[in-house]
Design a protein around this ligand. Structure first.
Ligand SMILES: [Fe+2]
Ligand SMILES: [Zn+2]
Length: 422
């Protein structure tokens, strides 16, 4: 049941030594909350909990009421009409129920709110500016010298055997922007279900006009280069592909991209990867005015084929405060647009510099994927390219949207859903 408010019971208890000692022990060694002050004039509450004192506004508390009429308990959607807040937030009574460790607030209009202290503690750690993409800022920049032929790798068995293996895989993708799953089962021609099963561990595959079912599976054969390509893209040829990210022309570029080469009976075709954030970081330090241009100019990209017309603009380097969030560039897909003459020099100096860095071997890693290896890249960060090849080469792949991938990560790392549960 509800005990007397902490403030009121504190003074009388002080005279009783043993109770006082017990109370202090509770306060400092366990997680019993204490109201430090209740400033009615400014409507601010100061609460000490888990060794830290935090100021919480009463408007905020009223807006975050967890009761049945303010919050839908099945969907965690807000039912409270926040426009009522100026009439509602005036508090009549505020107390801590120390037995259940809950903050109880009675409002002027008679409404009653209860907050679990653990919930309050958790929710007040969440910063608005870092809720959506914060995990993406946990990256380690790399170039060719960073790896000694040992790339981030996880085994097929690990990722198929539960959350721990998947969590490890996701962590590698956050750190390096790519990871390889080794030991995947063979994919006979015409079959890719085994590959799909691994890819779906990280989220729902994205359906696009390239592949309405989500997985692409095609073989480039010699002497078929002049025939009709499946789509209007050099990915469907055996030519060298310079490092790029995919889908610069989508309103939101694909978050993850998978690559598996189950069969190749010729030479070449090595995969090339570049860390777009590392290149950006280098530019920021050595040519800040070019970096400023590439992180502010809305570069247009496009894709055309019969029946399809896509366009998007994006800065090459998109930042989330002082961290890199997204790299967007594919020179082949850059769309014609007018550049004012006074901008022209910056425009071309920065693009030329960028392309030189992306093609500089010191920034590239390169390896030939084995048939049992499935590569995944963070397509918002790591560029992929391919060396030209001979013979028949089969490519299986797919995309996952960034929202889906980040959602999988939260669930696997068992972060409670927005810490909303009462
Ligand atoms: Fe590509
Ligand atoms: Zn309520």
């Amino acid at each position: 049941g509800m005990q007397a408010g902490f403030l009121r019971c504190f003074s009388p208890l002080r005279s009783c030594r043993s109770l006082h000692w017990r109370l202090n022990a509770l306060r400092y060694s366990s997680n019993v909350a204490r109201i430090v002050s209740h400033d009615k004039f400014n409507e601010v509450l100061e609460i000490n909990y888990k060794g830290e004192t935090k100021k919480i506004g009463l408007r905020w508390l009223r807006d975050h009421c967890r009761c049945d009429s303010c919050l839908d308990q099945r969907t965690f959607q807000r039912l409270y009409d926040t426009s009522q807040i100026t009439d509602d937030f005036d508090s009549k009574k505020v107390e801590i129920d120390s037995s259940s460790n809950q903050l109880k607030v009675e409002w002027r209009n008679g409404h009653f709110s209860t907050f679990r202290m653990d919930w309050l503690h958790e929710v007040t750690q969440i910063k608005a500016e870092s809720t959506q993409y914060d995990v993406l800022s946990n990256y380690k920049l790399w170039n060719r010298a960073s790896f000694k032929q040992q790339y981030p790798e996880v085994s097929y068995n690990d990722v198929m055997n539960g959350a721990r293996g998947i969590a490890k895989w996701i962590e590698m993708i956050h750190h390096f922007g790519f990871a390889i799953v080794s030991g995947c089962p063979p994919l006979p021609i015409g079959e890719n279900a085994a590959s799909r099963e691994v890819m779906e561990k990280l989220g729902t595959l994205k359906r696009t006009f390239f592949e309405p079912e989500g997985v692409w599976d095609f073989t480039v054969k010699p002497k078929e280069q002049d025939k009709q390509m499946e789509h209007a893209d050099t990915a469907y040829t055996n030519l060298t592909l310079p490092p790029h990210v995919d889908g610069t022309y989508f309103s939101e570029a694909p978050g993850l991209q998978f690559f598996q080469i189950p069969q190749h009976d010729g030479e070449g075709g090595e995969t090339v990867l570049v860390d777009g954030f590392q290149v950006g970081n280098h530019l920021k330090r050595h040519a800040p005015e070019l970096f400023d241009y590439l992180s502010s100019f809305p570069m247009p990209f496009h894709y055309y084929e019969k029946g399809i017309s896509l366009r998007n603009t994006s800065t090459v380097f998109t930042m989330n405060r002082d961290k890199f969030l997204r790299f967007t560039f594919n020179n082949n897909d850059r769309m014609p647009c007018y550049i004012p003459v006074d901008q022209e020099r910056y425009h071309y100096d920065s693009i030329a510099w960028l392309i030189k860095e992306l093609n500089d071997p010191k920034n590239q890693i390169s390896f030939k994927l084995r048939p049992d290896q499935l590569l995944v890249t963070n397509n918002w960060r790591v560029l992929h390219g391919r060396k030209g090849f001979t013979g028949s080469r089969r490519l299986v792949g797919a995309y996952i949207g960034m929202s889906d991938f980040l959602g999988t990560g939260r669930l696997v790392q068992s972060v409670p859903p927005e810490a909303q549960k009462q």
